[in-house]
Design a protein. Structure first.
Length: 329
């Protein structure tokens, strides 16, 4: 998928850097087939629930926003205020099924933008970028593909449209089961790609446990025995587990576990990521009750306290890391 890949030269003495990325998108049932009509963004009026926490810890999050968010006043009102105050960065997040032009068949395969024909992927991202540029009075340079769907033409399209940062790579997950990309071979660390040297900031995910170099094979073997609860057994025994640095579906203990594991491997850049509809009850599988919402938001403070106070980490952002790595700022 990527050409001219080169690792970012990151000093070993650099304090751990934390980037926060929010997939800022419409509300829809993840278990149902996608529909073009599902474009409500009412939850965006609750965005201060998480932004207040970011402000408290001096974190500058990056909201990668989809077409329904950028095109509706309810989606933009708070975001514009945060952006004007310099409290956040704004990027693009392409969900093809709700982004014009609407010429593709609605299918699971086509929910990955990188699977679309090159002219259609280009036009959709061009339209999304133009809308965000206009609404937020900026040149949008940050991209995250919907469903992590980076494809064979995405690199070329990003360069044509002037993007400089991509945050679509999601190691070590394999999405080929329903037509998506395979990220099992990708590193946890940032890298340059493309003739124009775009910066890739991978989502933070990894295998952890005693299995070490055998983790991937053992984890994949366990998936064939889910009926026997083999993945859960191996996780409880500390042999192998696949974790993501996200408040959605992972515990505070698991956040610490994956962070400490990657730190030992020399990783210096970490990404805390989630979906914006999770800030309101009833939109995602992770927040179904008010109690789950309180637990969800509490995970932010628990992890930030751990990362910034115990580990001595620093808040960062995609733009800040680009400036640091490319321009030495």
């Amino acid at each position: 998928m990527f050409k001219f890949v080169k690792d970012v030269d990151i000093p070993a003495e650099l304090a751990p850097q934390l980037v926060v990325v929010i997939d800022t998108e419409e509300e829809f049932n993840w278990n149902d087939p996608v529909e073009r009509s599902k474009t409500s963004v009412a939850h965006m009026e609750m965005l201060d629930r998480c932004q207040d926490i970011f402000n408290e810890y001096k974190v500058k999050p990056c909201y990668v926003i989809g077409y329904p968010v950028a095109s509706q006043a309810d989606g933009c009102r708070l975001l514009k205020s945060f952006h004007q105050q310099g409290l956040c960065e704004i990027g693009a997040h392409l969900h093809p099924w709700v982004t014009p032009p609407f010429s593709e068949e609605l299918s699971t395969f086509n929910t990955y933008p990188g699977n679309l024909p090159e002219p259609l992927e280009f036009e959709k991202l061009k339209n999304l970028k133009a809308l965000i540029d206009s609404e937020f009075q900026q040149e949008t340079i940050i991209y995250k593909a919907g469903r992590y769907g980076f494809g064979p033409n995405t690199e070329k399209i990003l360069q044509q449209l002037g993007f400089q940062i991509d945050i679509s790579v999601c190691p070590p997950v394999d999405y080929r089961g329903d037509g998506g990309p395979d990220y099992r071979a990708y590193s946890h660390t940032p890298f340059w790609f493309g003739e124009q040297q775009l910066l890739e900031l991978p989502v933070t995910g990894a295998y952890v446990g005693l299995a070490g170099n055998n983790s991937q094979g053992l984890y994949e073997w366990s998936q064939h025995y889910k009926s026997l609860k083999m993945p859960a057994i191996l996780s409880r025994l500390g042999v192998v587990d696949r974790l993501m640095l996200s408040p959605e579906g992972y515990t505070s203990a698991e956040h610490k576990l994956i962070t400490k594991s990657l730190l030992k491997q020399g990783v210096r850049v970490f990404t805390w990521s989630f979906h914006s509809p999770s800030i309101e009850v009833g939109h995602t599988p992770y927040v179904r009750t008010e109690q789950e919402l309180r637990i969800f938001l509490d995970k932010f403070r628990r992890f930030f306290d751990f990362f910034f106070h115990e580990l001595g980490g620093q808040p960062s952002s995609p733009q800040m890391l680009l400036d640091r790595f490319k321009h030495g700022k």
